[in-house]
Design a protein around this ligand. Structure first.
Ligand code: ADP
Ligand code: MG
Length: 214
């Protein structure tokens, strides 16, 4: 494990015994519990505003599932400010953007990681039309195909209050996890974000209160 990854907050890998890792595992367990009918396979992770911890949370949930021997795909659908290739130290020359514009094949963009059972589609080069790409039939088809091949698909997204992307992705997923940064976001922002998700018919399966100190 390199210092870079440690710095980037992959705590479930670097400190699996810590209380924070335990919290991610509990989240995984709760999510599995809501999945009793087996329908919950694609999970979007979002928040009201940027910097609340979506990327950190999605990476750690993905690792927690992989550690439970699930075959996991993590997709970076924040096409505007991608993070997962930094967190996992992967290439971002190809990824979701090149896949959705048919410049790559699925097998070319799915990257292995240092974590067994965890593969990643990074965001790829920043496209000019992120919302449109995420709203496409190709994105729906990708998620359907991934469901055949993986046990669980975790999708990192941009913040809800800034652009439409997260709502678009959430609408295509079985469930959504809402990350809320303690103290940073006024409650009404989180409430508005939740209302937007519900209006878009997304199923909120959990909320994570992040950056809680003490
Ligand atoms: N629980 C946490 N404790 C401390 N720092 C955190 C925590 N969660 C995220 N961070 C840090 O906060 C910053 C923003 O997190 P990030 O996951 O990139 O947010 P987002 O994807 O929502 O923009 C990053 O530098 C990340 O390392
Ligand atoms: Mg992010």
């Amino acid at each position: 494990m390199s210092r870079l990854t440690r710095k980037r907050g992959l705590i479930t890998e670097t400190s699996p015994k810590s209380t924070i890792s335990e919290a991610y595992r509990r989240l995984r367990t709760n999510m599995a519990f809501s999945n009793r009918d087996g329908a919950l396979k694609t999970i979007a992770v979002t928040s009201a505003t940027p910097g609340e911890g979506k990327s950190t949370t999605s990476a750690n949930i993905a690792v927690a599932y992989a550690q439970a021997n699930k075959n996991v795909l993590l997709i970076d659908a924040n096409l505007r400010k991608p993070s997962q290739h930094h967190i996992f130290e992967l290439s971002n020359h190809y990824g979701l953007s090149t896949l959705l514009t048919e410049r790559s094949e699925p097998d070319e963009v799915i990257q292995k990681t240092i974590i067994d059972n965890l593969q990643i589609i990074s965001a790829g080069p920043i496209p000019s039309n992120p919302s449109e790409l995420l709203d496409s039939l190709s994105m729906t088809d990708l998620l359907e195909a991934a469901k055949e091949r993986f046990d669980i698909i975790i999708i990192d997204t941009p913040a809800i209050m800034t652009v439409t992307d997260a709502l678009v992705v959430a609408g295509k997923c079985d469930g959504v996890v809402l990350v809320i940064r303690a103290g940073k976001v006024k409650n009404d922002m989180a409430v508005k974000a939740k209302a937007s998700l519900e209006y878009g018919k997304a199923t909120i399966i959990g909320a994570v209160l992040n950056h809680v100190s003490g």
